[in-house]
Ligand binder design. Structure first.
Ligand code: G3P
Ligand code: CA
Length: 245
């Protein structure tokens, strides 16, 4: 890929076509040639890092209840694919370990979002760093969160770690605040992606990564604007537009 091209991250894997946050969705993102994948991490009752978006399993599995009140074995017994299509029956909630095993040798970038903004899982930051480190994947990873205390903790634990604050609003010079948190990038909602704030950030050393970009028109506009990264549920479509295939 040429230098300067906007990177394309598969949001929760190839969420538009595959069950979000499953190995099936991540495998698809690798297959289509996405530059990176984004995923969401929670902590199970028995302290395992599991990949799922919501605090509850209800929307994306055939079970019900809170992720943090279920053991890994209980979470693993759930079907995380059938809710989308029978084709994906048998897909399970993966662990962060399993995803990192899948990424081995691919060189694909990884954005781990720590979902500690609703439930502040005790010790999740240390576990995330240890797990990624064990797989030798720290260099390819950026860790983000809507909980900026988590971002700060990550940087305290590993001052070299690439981190990003997630936010939805138009803020005044958020790079000053981001520096105080120890973040090295801004992950912003599409609604503020065309703002003065987003245009100015790179000159202050803060790349802009935009979520979630699913419309062709936005993809084209953001590629033209030269944002660092878009996160999309449709990486195959985004790649075709960006690379003119
Ligand atoms: O990390 C970007 C984006 O995934 C944040 O929002 O709700 O899709 O996790 P959400
Ligand atoms: Ca996310």
């Amino acid at each position: 890929m040429q230098k300067g091209k906007t990177l394309i991250f598969a949001h929760r894997g190839s969420k538009g076509t595959h069950p979000e946050n499953t190995l099936e969705a991540f495998r698809e993102a690798i297959r289509v040639g996405a530059d990176g994948i984004e995923l969401d991490v929670h902590l199970s009752k028995d302290g395992e890092l599991v990949i799922i978006h919501d605090e509850k399993v209800d929307r994306t599995t055939n079970g019900s209840g809170k992720v943090g009140q279920m053991t890994l074995a209980e979470l693993k017994s759930l079907d995380a694919g059938s809710w989308l299509s029978w084709e994906f029956a048998g897909a399970t909630i993966p662990t962060l370990d399993e995803v990192l095993e899948l990424l081995k040798g691919t060189g694909i970038k990884l954005n781990v979002e720590i979902k500690s903004d609703v439930i502040p899982y005790e010790g999740i930051e240390k576990k995330v760093l240890e797990t990624i480190g064990r797989h030798g994947y720290l260099e390819n990873t950026v860790i983000s969160s809507f909980n900026h205390y988590s971002v700060k903790k990550i940087r305290e634990l590993n001052p070299n770690m690439r981190t990003a604050i997630l936010f939805m609003e138009l803020l005044y010079q958020p790079w000053n605040y981001a520096k105080s948190v120890g973040a090295s990038a801004l992950h912003v909602h599409l609604s503020v992606a065309y703002s003065e704030m987003a245009r100015e950030a790179p000159a202050h050393g803060f790349p802009i990564r935009v979520f979630t970009v699913n419309k062709e028109k936005d993809m084209r506009n953001l590629f033209r604007a030269g944002v660092d990264t878009i996160m999309t549920d449709y990486p195959e479509l985004a790649l075709a537009i960006r690379d003119g295939k």
